[in-house]
Design a protein around this ligand. Structure first.
Ligand code: COS
Length: 379
């Protein structure tokens, strides 16, 4: 049997987050977009009411959400503001490698802090000259006794420079390609860790994105994740689980653009009737709504496959690809429906359009998603 019915618990959490978004996020989203400040008051409130730490295991005080529930909640948060949603859920990406490859001892040492206070974590893969070609990274970790010495610069890092824990991917052996990459857990206050350039972005502005610089950082051998050389696989396995949440965020952005457009089409009058009464607009709304539903279906498929432990990288890639593209299309259409007003900051749709663009870029560009999907189809 196939069902899109939410469980009582999922519905309850969806209602709770929807209420939080309406009361706490939507009223301040434009201001965070303007200032580009980290939304600490919202994160602190989320922590206080127990809605923080989506994927932190329950044994460490986290919510330990399944992926379907996570997708439902990310859609709601991103309906309110993509940047705030990214700041809220940035830890999920950074914690996933330790959940995949961390030993019990490593998890016991690193994870309890996340339930004690709303501290941050960051996933450090991308570098200035290694974006889509993640294996082309220059950051290196050289063995020194039982420790490693880490040197390099990571860029475009969510929570970069303000995190308590970094999951860092670095070359431990040159000339071995993807098999020469290892993953490490690094404390935010370790000597030699610093914040580089803080990015000033087109959209997604409430999410803090910065460079992280590692300069002769001593990493104890006990903080190597998995085996030496397993880092690239750990990074890919992480993205296989997290790309669906970008799809869910895209659905939230697109649904908001659709709802704003429906409301506007009902109230804006031209040529003697509400613009929704003109087929030029009503057919656009019909197409936008169809795209939102189709994207959500693909996100839920990807999420439920992960929950069923059938992890097929193509589903995460497909839903990120499809939902990211429809978010861009739907938000552009929303601006068009709003006409001149849509281009002004008085209405939220211009922000939605600026926000949507990043959904086609981060956690792998749309072109990388096609590489993943076609690679599987042809393998
Ligand atoms: N799960 C497990 N292993 C995987 C894997 C996955 N999803 N994807 C690749 N691997 C393994 C391959 O099996 C291969 O191992 P073997 O050599 O033992 O066969 C190895 O990793 C290398 O794979 P591949 O040759 O496909 O690697 P490429 O260097 O060609 O890179 C892409 C593939 C482009 C898909 C990868 O670099 C990528 O995802 N890039 C984008 C990174 C990204 O999303 N960055 C955003 C920043 S994170 S916010």
């Amino acid at each position: 049997m196939i069902s899109f019915e939410l469980t009582d618990e999922q519905r309850e959490m969806q209602t709770m987050v929807r209420k939080f978004v309406k009361n706490e996020i939507i009223p301040v989203a434009a201001e965070y977009d303007r200032t580009s400040e980290m939304p600490w008051p919202i994160i602190n409130k989320a922590f206080d009411i127990g809605l923080w730490n989506f994927n932190l295991p329950a044994r460490y005080g986290g919510l330990e959400l399944d992926h379907v529930t996570e997708a439902i909640l990310i859609e709601e948060l991103s309906f309110g503001c993509l940047g705030i949603s990214g700041a809220w859920d940035g830890n999920t990406l950074a914690l996933t490698p330790i959940l995949i490859a961390g030993t019990e001892e490593q998890q016991d040492r690193w994870l309890p802090q996340f339930a004690e206070s709303p501290v941050l974590a960051a996933f450090c893969l991308t570098e200035p000259s290694a974006g889509s070609d993640a294996a082309g990274m220059l950051t290196r970790a050289e063995k020194d006794g039982d420790d490693y010495i880490l040197n390099g610069t990571k860029c475009f890092i969510t929570h970069g420079g303000i995190s308590n824990m970094y999951t860092v991917f670095a070359k431990t052996e040159r000339g071995k390609g993807t098999k020469g990459i290892s993953a490490f857990l690094v404390a935010g206050d370790a000597p030699g860790v610093s914040m580089g350039k803080v990015e000033d972005k087109l959209g997604d502005r409430a999410s803090h994105i910065a460079e992280v610089i590692f300069e002769n950082v001593r990493v104890p051998g006990k903080d190597l994740l998995g085996k030496e050389g397993a880092g690239f696989k750990i990074a890919m396995q992480t993205l296989d689980r997290t790309r669906m949440s970008i799809g869910a965020a895209a659905v939230g952005v697109a649904r908001r653009a659709l709802e704003e457009s429906i409301e506007y089409a009902k109230t804006r009058t031209q040529f003697g009737k509400p613009i929704g009464g003109h087929q030029a607009i009503s057919f656009m709304l019909a197409d936008m709504a169809t795209k939102v539903e189709a994207a959500r279906s693909l996100v839920l498929l990807a999420a439920s496959e992960i929950d069923a432990h059938r992890i097929d990288p193509k589903y995460g890639a497909m839903c990120k690809l499809f939902a990211g593209d429809i978010a861009m299309e739907v938000t552009v259409d929303a601006v068009q429906i709003h006409g001149g007003y849509g281009y002004m900051k008085d209405y939220p749709v211009e922000k939605l359009m600026r926000d949507a663009k990043i959904l086609q870029i981060y956690e792998g560009t749309q072109q990388v998603q096609r590489m993943v999907i076609s690679g599987i189809l042809l393998s």
